[in-house]
Design a protein around this ligand. Structure first.
Ligand code: ATP
Length: 243
């Protein structure tokens, strides 16, 4: 793998199986005949992302942004192709990664234990995560009682303090308040200074222009453009205006 590439996505396709109802899944098991339709969520995606880049991922709803970022984060299998990530990747998304039945504090411990952090390291990081999340006493409440903004705060605070090499943020900052979003952006910049890599999925083109060095435009599962964030967001905006 090239020394300077943090992420390499080579000829990656991802197909989902679509069933009309649960009955079809059972019929398939019984008859051993396929009852599903195949849906191509990603179609031969090739991309290399250099270490230290902040890459904004844009594209209309359902174009494959989350599918691609989940695969890069190691959540799920590619149907074909190959993904190489240098170092550890950590993903935060609006509704994933936290166990709703556990409290905020238990989630911190759970996630860090899963990643193999020592008890000592976890005890050291807990106060930092709580402080960054600004959840105060709510950290002792089950996550299912949190608002989407509170979940996103906790998710961001855990991920950033785990100090991954690649941080993937899927819309998680769109649900928080402005103040928290700004604090998170500052943290993203510090991350960049440490020459770490960030993938940032957002529907906000101004945010992408402000914070990302590059932008990746995904359209119907294919890479439509990858280049400097200014020009890719402009092309995307022009395309949206016409359609
Ligand atoms: N688990 C799944 N099973 C079946 N289809 C799926 C699954 N996950 C995603 N898809 C489909 O794959 C396509 C791409 O979805 P994805 O969530 O990657 O899009 P997105 O670009 O992130 O969209 P959005 O902007 O709405 O978040 C969509 O058509 C979606 O319905």
């Amino acid at each position: 793998m090239n020394q300077v590439n943090a992420i390499e996505v080579k000829h990656v396709s991802k197909y989902y199986r679509l069933y009309n109802n649960q009955g079809e899944r059972i019929l398939e098991l019984l008859t051993r005949k396929p009852y599903y339709k195949t849906f191509k969520a990603l179609d031969n995606v090739n991309i290399s992302i250099k270490k230290g880049e902040i890459v904004g991922i844009i594209g209309k709803n359902g174009s494959g942004k989350s599918t691609l970022s989940k695969l890069i984060a190691g959540l799920g299998e590619v149907t074909s192709g190959e993904i190489n990530v240098r170092g550890k990747a950590s993903m935060i998304a609006i509704n994933s990664g936290l166990n709703p039945r556990l409290t905020g504090l238990e989630n911190i411990i759970y996630k860090m234990t899963l990643l193999g952090f020592s008890r000592k390291k976890i005890s050291h990081l807990i106060p930092k995560v709580i402080e960054f999340s600004e959840l105060g006493e709510f950290i002792k409440q089950p996550v299912k009682t949190y608002s989407s903004g509170m979940r996103s705060r906790l998710g961001f605070a855990i991920s950033i303090n785990m100090d991954p090499d690649v941080l993937i943020i899927d819309e998680a900052l769109s649900v928080g308040d402005q103040e928290f979003a700004e604090k998170s952006f500052q943290e993203m910049m510090r991350f960049k200074e440490k020459n770490k890599t960030i993938l940032f999925i957002s529907h906000s083109l101004p945010q992408i222009r402000e914070f990302c060095t590059k932008a990746l435009w995904i359209d119907e599962g294919k890479v439509r453009a990858y280049g400097d964030s200014e020009s890719v967001t402009r092309d995307y905006y022009e395309h949206k205006k016409k359609s």
